[in-house]
Design a protein around this ligand. Structure first.
Ligand SMILES: Nc1nc2[nH]cnc2c(=O)[nH]1
Ligand SMILES: [Zn+2]
Length: 437
């Protein structure tokens, strides 16, 4: 048991519907076996728990663990290619890298690099796009289990239009998925997600077969891509003449529910938005990816007005890093710049999107997303080096909301001193190597 004495920022109420940022300059979080069992002032905490060690982190700012709802494990080494639209980027940058995961030694290296990327950026829960190779997905689950990450992931499936080594068949993909589900779904903090790459590389029969798998095994998640790029959307329409639009390719296959996360949705129709709201699925907004690939401006206002759940994704490697602080500020920039009129956001909106909204999208909000009593202690300590830009910014912030805006504007993984998952410290600058990452 520990008492964390801290300056805490979190968003237990939704700023998109009138909620506000919660800030406490000096609060005691009593954490027992990974659970926050009290949130009170330090005197009350020490009175109730006189023998418990106090960890004073008031020289930093504690925020909830960040939640990445869309990130690709095989693409860490593909980050940073510039100047290509989606389909060219996939062919020339992403897919050649994904083919290399047929080799387990390579997959092990990438899994280590990938998990280090997440944890060092303060990400404690994630919906991870796995690999086309079952053994590489197995390796990822094993490493994530060792680390304690809250991870939902699965075998990526495609049966057309991609290079041959990345293709599968219905029988093979169902058998491999079943093995991974039996081994990992519900083990510790791990869950399985049916993961058709996108409807441009998955025909109706493959989608339907995995839809049946989801119907047979309630609790299994679904993730894929949608409406990212105009050329992609036209090609999907040609490949799926049976569907009325992109969303319908997944809907017809029985893949849509409140346990579905679809990435991008930059170019949705009104019908698609209405149907998304009806199903309760969540959209992963990936602003650095949308910028890098010039995919377009994400219509956040239309999503919110239609009642579609939205959270943030880094979309590594089209996105250009693991930091959800960077995704938050990029989301803000794009809303500011959108010529059709974006949604103005405050720092509270950005923190909400990067934490509570992600926890809700993953149905983990009973456990994480904010630092209230009853939640698990997934937390990130922002503590910049003295004299570095964020340290200067925080020292001169006008108020708490201003300080949070500085964190989004200036914060990098180097400013993240400690990360806890379920009460366990998984990153600290001093112990970083010892964590075995
Ligand atoms: N951004 C992005 N979009 C995709 N659509 C299908 N695959 C991908 C991918 O790997 N990245
Ligand atoms: Zn993606």
């Amino acid at each position: 048991m520990y008492i964390y004495r801290a300056r805490v920022f979190d968003t237990p109420t939704n700023p998109f519907t009138g909620g506000t940022l919660r800030t406490d300059t000096d609060v005691a979080l009593v954490v027992d076996d990974g659970e926050i069992i009290a949130r009170t002032d330090i005197n009350s905490a020490t009175e109730s728990y006189p023998t418990v060690e106090i960890i004073d982190v008031r020289d930093g700012i504690l925020i909830p663990g960040l939640v990445d709802t869309h990130v690709h494990y095989p693409q860490i080494r593909a980050i940073g290619h510039l100047g290509k639209p989606l389909l060219e980027w996939l062919d020339e940058c992403a897919l050649p890298e994904e083919e290399k995961l047929a080799d387990n030694t390579y997959a092990h290296q990438l899994a280590g690099e990938f998990l280090t990327g997440l944890i060092s950026s303060g990400t404690t829960s994630a919906m991870v796009f796995g690999s086309h190779f079952a053994s590489a997905v197995d390796i990822l689950f094993e490493r994530a289990q060792h680390l304690g990450l809250r991870m939902t992931a699965g075998l990526v499936t495609s049966d057309c239009t991609l290079p041959e080594p990345l293709l599968t068949t219905i029988d093979q993909s169902l058998a491999e998925a079943q093995q991974l589900i039996d081994r990992w779904h519900g083990t510790d903090r791990l869950r399985y997600a049916v993961t058709p790459r996108f409807s441009l590389s998955a025909g109706p029969d493959l989608l339907a077969a995995h839809g049946e798998l989801v119907q047979d095994r309630p609790g299994i998640w679904v993730t894929s891509h949608i409406n990212e790029n105009q050329d992609e959307i036209s090609d999907v329409a040609a490949l799926h003449p049976e569907a009325q639009d992109y969303l319908d390719t997944y809907d017809k296959a029985g893949l849509l529910s409140a346990q579905t996360i679809l990435a991008h949705n930059v170019h949705p129709t009104e019908r698609e938005l209405l149907r998304m709201a009806e199903t309760g699925l969540a959209v992963a907004h990936c602003p650095t990816s949308n910028s890098a690939l010039a995919s377009g401006f994400f219509p956040l206002k239309r999503h919110i007005e239609t009642g579609v759940n939205v959270a943030l994704g880094s979309d590594v490697g089209a996105g250009n890093g693991f930091s959800l602080l960077k995704e938050g500020v990029q989301a803000y920039f794009m809303q500011q710049l959108d010529p059709s009129g974006g949604l103005p956001m405050t720092a509270a909106h950005l923190l909400y999107l990067a934490t509570s909204a992600g926890a809700q999208a993953l149905q983990l909000d009973a456990q994480v997303g904010d630092l209230s009593v009853g939640k698990r202690f997934d937390a990130v300590l922002i503590r910049p080096t003295a004299g570095h830009p964020l340290d200067v910014g925080l020292a001169h912030a006008a108020d708490d909301e201003g300080a949070l805006a500085k964190i989004f504007a200036l914060g990098t993984p180097a400013d993240i001193e400690c990360v806890w998952i379920d009460g366990q410290q998984v990153k600290s600058h001093s112990q970083y190597q010892a964590a075995g990452l």
